[in-house]
Design a protein around this ligand. Sequence first.
Ligand SMILES: *[C@@H]1O[C@H](CO)[C@@H](O)[C@H](O)[C@H]1NC(C)=O
Ligand SMILES: *[C@@H]1O[C@H](CO)[C@@H](O)[C@H](O)[C@H]1NC(C)=O
Ligand SMILES: *[C@@H]1O[C@H](CO)[C@@H](O)[C@H](O)[C@H]1NC(C)=O
Ligand SMILES: *[C@@H]1O[C@H](CO)[C@@H](O)[C@H](O)[C@H]1NC(C)=O
Ligand SMILES: *[C@@H]1O[C@H](CO)[C@@H](O)[C@H](O)[C@H]1NC(C)=O
Ligand SMILES: *[C@@H]1O[C@H](CO)[C@@H](O)[C@H](O)[C@H]1NC(C)=O
Length: 494
Amino acid sequence: MKPFVAYEQLDPLEKPEEPPAPHQPGQFMQKYSRCVLLAGILVTIVSCLLFLHLFNAWSGSAPPGGRGDARGAGGPCSDPCRIVLVESIPEGMTYGGNGPVNPSTFDTWMSLIGSTEHSLDIAAFYWTMTNEDTHTQEPSAAQGEQIMEELLKLPQSGISVRVAVNIPSSKSPLHDLQALAQSGAAVRAVDMPRLTSGVLHTKLWVADGTHLYIGSANMDWRSLTQVKELGIAVYNCSCLAQDLSKVFEAYWALGLPDASIPVPWPANYSTAFNMETPLELRLNETGAGVYFSSAPPALCAPGRTEDLRALLSVIDGAEEFVHIAVMSYQPTMEFSHPQRFWPVIDNHLRKAVYERKVQVRLLVGCWRHSKAAMFPFLKSLAAVADNKTHYSMEVRLFVVPASAAQAKIPYARVNHNKYMVTEKVAYIGTSNWSGDYFVRTAGSALVVNETGGGAGGTATLRGQLQAVFERDWSSQYSADIGDVERWQRMCSFH
Ligand SMILES: *[C@@H]1O[C@H](CO)[C@@H](O)[C@H](O)[C@H]1NC(C)=O
Ligand SMILES: *[C@@H]1O[C@H](CO)[C@@H](O)[C@H](O)[C@H]1NC(C)=O
Ligand SMILES: *[C@@H]1O[C@H](CO)[C@@H](O)[C@H](O)[C@H]1NC(C)=O
Ligand SMILES: *[C@@H]1O[C@H](CO)[C@@H](O)[C@H](O)[C@H]1NC(C)=O
Ligand SMILES: *[C@@H]1O[C@H](CO)[C@@H](O)[C@H](O)[C@H]1NC(C)=O
Ligand SMILES: *[C@@H]1O[C@H](CO)[C@@H](O)[C@H](O)[C@H]1NC(C)=O
């Protein structure tokens, strides 16, 4: 038996399938169904409009934690939302005092658990929160073990805990999931391989329908101390948390035995908040438009922007720069048989550089499990910029250093970030950048457009994300893709 679950290992995907047809955006669905409901009572269109007006006014003043589950499109959100960029910086990494230091994933999860009064929903790819799960004896597993202990206490205090997880493979440890179920948590395994030939790769938390976390960190002790992660937490923000709840509810529904993907999704999964009509709210006192995207398309209820569309629109909207940090990047459907070329994102990056003279920087994770095919594709992107063209396309590899002891920890010491920042917006996601993640695998991203509060700086999430990118880009841990000798030595992947 293999002593550990392969970190982020995808089962080979047997059935190559065409991506499901995209759904029509339906941001008016909720308004429409409210009207229909009301028409029965008030009969006339005039009274329907009056109700919508009153409803929006009411939901705008609902207290955090209130169950206003169907705010009208454009309805104001008056929650005092506080947004925090959170990171896991692997033990032993130092930036020599340069660049920002953000709250840790561990502290954030502890504070989410501590703030929960009624309900906690967690979606995750897999669970390995203890040394027992990974057959290790690492002191650095203590944080994961502590999170696990705290989670197991919640049901006793009358808190409803729901866990949606990708269906475990025969090799996955089940210990944490069994312990959760025994503690009184409800656990559902989502058979994404059967449903979409992908996996459930989203990592999200929603507490009391009011606070949330989304980002790259898995429910894995290594994601707290041995893998470099980036995500965001939003507190006291029921408008946003309840929209993310709809994404969770979709996984939850698909976790029933023999579930199938509804076509279309029922109206109560639909959202009014998307690329076209983002949720308008204040994040730390700064006015912002935000929405969650979702993948694959078949899991997008009416109104939900598909993750790929969101990502491409962020690239296409950039006029100055696009900075991307991602664990792996390939213009392919890397898990398809037969293999398929998938240049969708690649084309938009080249187009941004060529047509709009945008500065594109790609910071990609490199470790011993990186696929060999990734490097020539990255070199090809970087080759667009030479001394004659002056196109601004740069690619660097980021390597998390490891001591001899750390190098023995299986599937650790890697930059697992998945975000993008432009001069306009921040995009924080959960997917590697290759085709499979957008057409088959369940993922989600938060797109934030801060419109108030000046051009940026570190008073905005976008400004903070840019500072994180610049810290990593110019650190001793990154090497230009052209400096083959240096990065091959650093990645030690041969
Ligand atoms: C993300 O990319 C890395 C590097 O290629 C890979 O090892 C990992 O398995 C990928 N994640 C998933 C869920 O496939
Ligand atoms: C939510 O807001 C209330 C009232 O301002 C505050 O006491 C509480 O600490 C906030 N919760 C979190 C998790 O930030
Ligand atoms: C939508 O309604 C169905 C049927 O009442 C229910 O089972 C499901 O949980 C609801 N979903 C959401 C997101 O509220
Ligand atoms: C670009 O110019 C620099 C300095 O003139 C030179 O060292 C480098 O080799 C040139 N690069 C290419 C790709 O020609
Ligand atoms: C950000 O919001 C402003 C104001 O609503 C809007 O004009 C702009 O197009 C948005 N930018 C992006 C990239 O979504
Ligand atoms: C929001 O405020 C919190 C403190 O309450 C701070 O830690 C965080 O950095 C702020 N976020 C942004 C984007 O300014």
